[in-house]
Design a protein around this ligand. Structure first.
Ligand SMILES: C[S@@+](CC[C@H](N)C(=O)[O-])C[C@H]1O[C@@H](n2cnc3c(N)ncnc32)[C@H](O)[C@@H]1O
Length: 405
């Protein structure tokens, strides 16, 4: 299947893109760029002049260029391209793209929409008089061939219609457990993690090729997300549910010190879910007991040991309300994590797909005056050599504002 992608440049970067035949983006559109495949069709929108340059064909897959020299490291997610004949310029790009419903960079253009955009280029390139040096006729015929290929293609859809951009606030609410065209983990696994939590973590805190580790990876959601987003990954669990999950107790992880770029852990929240009957399953211990936190603290210590300095751990955790007793599991885990790590941020993740999301449970919550758990915490912390020192050094000067009368 041939897909189309919209890239952007500015007045400043246009020359570099066109002279080097290299389209590039920063972190924001990185998940889109790494999905570009050799043979896809690309368009370049100068956002300052509102001109759309086309049509280009990707001659490489999208890649992460750590050593980028062309854009001095500013746009390290790149695709090498070739023009299909002449490069045609279309004015008023925004209006035209909006009319074709193709103006969003995180929405690949395919099928009829791609044909329609290409037809626009055919019309525009052939509307200029052809002189003997012009290659416009080559452009048009190459484009027509391309259009015919796309129109006749019966290939199945092989990319999501909208590629998720990373979340911008500290409240995340994902309606589905998975994203994309393939399953991530097993949505029948009790306690499965919403895949977009992991997606957001890895796009914020790692680069393609980095090593991500999940010491309690259950049905393997972290493994599937990392593979799709081109990270290296190792997943462990006390009981392996599939061949690529290594059986291991997370209190003792068989990895070298300072060797991991990011850790993600969705630990048990207490003994509310029966994951398995393994004697070392921490999910057999009640979160009302100190032992539960002591055992998870061993996982924190081990995580700290294997993580590289300056790198991040994301820990997903929920509170408990059982038999009229509230246990603030999240706060306790946060406290323990801060013994080893520096806090980065805290995300509130909406709890969907809970077994208690039923009318019967809602009625009980009203009748007996308690709350159903509506959210989990994603606690993001960083390993720093100087957790304690750093705190001592940071003197905050608060600006004081005069309130208007
Ligand atoms: C909330 S689930 C993880 C879900 C997983 N992220 C997924 O999407 O499928 C917690 C996992 O911790 C595992 N676990 C409990 N004690 C463990 C231990 N000591 N070492 C490793 N894994 C353990 C359980 O087996 C369970 O699969």
């Amino acid at each position: 299947m041939i897909r189309g992608f919209l890239f952007a440049c500015t007045k400043e970067s246009e020359g570099k893109c066109l002279n080097n035949l290299l389209f590039a983006t920063d972190q924001v559109y990185a998940p889109i760029t790494i999905r570009v495949r050799k043979g896809d069709l690309l368009f370049l929108n100068n956002i300052d002049t509102d001109i759309l340059h086309g049509v280009f064909r990707a001659v490489s897959d999208g890649f992460y260029n750590k050593e980028d020299k062309v854009f001095a490291g500013r746009y390290p997610y790149q695709v090498q391209v070739e023009p299909l004949g002449d490069i045609t310029k279309i004015q008023k790009a925004r209006t035209i793209l909006a009319k074709q419903d193709s103006g969003k960079r995180n929405k690949p253009i395919f099928g009829k929409k791609l044909v329609s955009l290409l037809n626009y280029f055919v019309k525009t390139s052939s509307s200029f008089p052809l002189d003997k040096d012009s290659k416009s006729h080559i452009s048009s015929s190459t484009l027509l061939e391309e259009i015919e290929k796309i129109a006749l293609s019966k290939a199945a859809l092989d990319i999501e219609s909208e590629i998720p951009l990373v979340e911008t606030t500290t409240f995340w609410d994902f309606p589905r457990q998975s994203y994309g065209l393939t399953p991530k983990g097993n949505n029948k696994y009790a306690g499965v993690t919403p895949a977009l939590i992991i997606y957001n973590m890895i796009w914020r805190y790692t680069n393609p090729g980095d090593l991500v580790v999940d010491p309690m990876c259950g049905s393997g959601t972290t493994i599937d997300v990392c593979k799709e987003e081109k990270r290296n990954v190792i997943g462990y669990d006390i009981v392996s549910t599939r061949p690529d999950i290594i059986q291991n107790d997370s209190r003792n992880i068989p990895l070298e010190n300072d060797s991991v770029d990011m850790l993600f852990i969705d630990s048990p929240y207490g003994d509310n879910i029966k994951y398995n009957y393994h004697p070392n399953n921490i999910g057999n211990i009640s979160s009302e007991s100190e032992e539960f936190y002591d055992e998870l603290e061993k996982v924190m210590k081990e995580s700290h040991r294997i993580l590289k300095d300056g790198k991040v751990l994301g820990w997903l955790i929920g509170d408990q309300w059982v038999k009229k007793k509230f246990t603030p599991v999240g706060f306790e885990i946060y406290k323990r994590l801060c013994k080893y790590f520096e806090p980065v941020d805290m995300i509130c993740v909406s709890r969907r797909g809970q077994s208690s999301n039923t009318d019967a449970w809602s009625n009980r919550a009203r009748r007996f005056n308690f709350y159903l758990r509506g959210f989990k915490y994603l606690i993001i912390v960083r390993k720093t050599a100087e957790v304690a020192d750093e705190r001592k050094r940071r003197k905050i000067k608060w600006a004081s504002y005069n309130r208007g009368r």
